[in-house]
Design a binder for this molecule. Structure first.
Ligand SMILES: C[S@@+](CC[C@H](N)C(=O)[O-])C[C@H]1O[C@@H](n2cnc3c(N)ncnc32)[C@H](O)[C@@H]1O
Length: 266
C-alpha cells in the first residue's frame, strides 16, 4: 500500500515516511483507488508501479513480461563470472546469448556490469515480440542498447547463422513450471508463455539442449535457471548435450538448487 501511495504521489518511499500526512488531490485519489483495486485482484506490484529492482537496477516491468525474480540474480552472478573469466584471457571479443530474455533483466544486468571497452556482444532473444519491446525499453533506460542485440524467434533459431558454433556464454531462464501447479495469482496475471514448461516442466530445456551442441562454441559456458526439484533431470539433459563439460549445480540463498552450469573441461 505504501509503495502504491508513493507511486501515486510520484514520491520516494523515504519522502512518504517523512511526510506521512500527504493529501491526495482528486485525480490522485482516483489513480490510487484504481491501483488498490488491481492489487486486491492480486496483480503484481511491479505491474502497478511499472518497475522492479533487479541486480540493483530499476527494470521497467508490465504485463507483457514475467516479473524478474530475485532468484534469477544467481544466474547473472554465474554468467558474469564466466564472462569475466573469458575477458581475462587474450581470446576476446566474446559473444553472450540470453535465451527467453523477457524484460531483458539478465542481459541488461550483464551489460551494465561489463561496460565498454570490454569486448562483449550480447544477444537477447525471445519468441514474444511484445516482451522484446519491454527489453528494448530497458536496454535504452540503462544505456546498453548498442551492445545488446534483440532478436525474435524460437530459442536459438532467433540468432544469425554467423554465431552458430561460436557462442561463448549461453544463459537462459526458460519457462519451467507446470502451469496447473502455478500459484493462482501468478497464473492469473503473468504471461503463460513465460511460465509454461509443458506437462513435466522440462519441455523447453529439452528443445533448447537439443540445439545447444550446434550453437555453443566447443569451449563455451552454459548456465540455466531451474526449479529446485529439476536439478537431477536438467543435469542429465545438460550432461547428454555437453558430455565433455563439467556440470555444477549452484544453490540460491535459500539453499535450493537454482542454476545448472556447464563449464568446459580444462
Ligand atoms: C521465465 S521467463 C524469463 C524472463 C526473463 N529472462 C527473466 O529471467 O526474468 C521465460 C521467457 O522465455 C520466453 N520464451 C518462451 N518460449 C520461448 C521460445 N520457444 N523461444 C524463445 N523464448 C521463449 C518467454 O516469452 C519469456 O519471456
Amino acid at each position: 500500500m505504501e509503495l502504491l501511495l508513493a507511486h501515486t504521489l510520484g514520491w520516494s518511499r523515504t519522502r512518504l515516511l517523512a511526510e506521512p500526512h500527504a493529501a491526495l488531490n482528486p485525480a490522485q485519489q482516483a489513480t490510487f483507488a484504481a491501483l488498490l483495486e488491481r492489487r486486491l485482484a492480486l496483480e503484481p506490484i511491479a505491474y502497478l508501479t511499472g518497475e522492479r529492482e533487479f541486480y540493483g537496477l530499476a527494470i521497467y516491468t508490465d504485463a507483457r513480461v514475467l516479473v524478474p525474480r530475485p532468484e534469477t540474480e544467481l544466474l547473472v552472478e554465474v554468467g558474469l563470472a564466466a564472462i569475466r573469466r573469458r575477458l581475462a584471457l587474450p581470446t576476446a571479443p566474446i559473444t553472450v546469448v540470453d535465451v527467453g530474455t523477457g524484460s531483458g533483466a539478465i542481459s541488461v544486468a550483464l551489460a551494465v556490469h561489463t561496460p565498454p571497452p570490454a569486448p562483449v556482444q550480447f544477444y537477447a532473444c525471445d519468441i514474444a515480440a511484445d516482451a522484446l519491446a519491454v527489453a528494448a525499453a530497458n536496454c535504452a533506460r540503462h544505456g546498453v542498447a548498442a551492445r545488446v542485440l534483440l532478436r525474435q524467434g524460437d530459442l536459438l533459431d532467433a540468432l544469425p547463422a554467423a554465431v552458430r558454433g561460436r557462442l561463448d556464454v549461453l544463459l537462459s531462464n526458460p519457462p519451467y513450471t507446470i502451469l496447473a501447479e502455478v500459484e493462482a495469482n501468478v497464473f492469473a496475471h503473468e504471461p503463460h508463455l513465460a511460465l509454461d514448461g509443458g506437462p513435466d516442466g522440462l519441455a523447453v530445456y529439452r528443445r533448447l539442449l537439443a540445439q545447444v551442441p550446434a550453437w555453443l562454441a566447443p569451449d563455451g559456458d552454459l548456465a540455466l535457471e531451474i526449479g529446485a526439484w529439476q536439478a537431477d533431470a536438467v543435469r542429465a539433459l545438460v550432461q547428454a548435450a555437453l558430455p565433455h563439460h563439467t556440470i555444477t549445480i549452484h544453490p540460491d540463498l535459500a539453499g535450493h538448487a537454482r542454476v545448472v552450469a556447464a563449464t568446459p573441461a580444462t
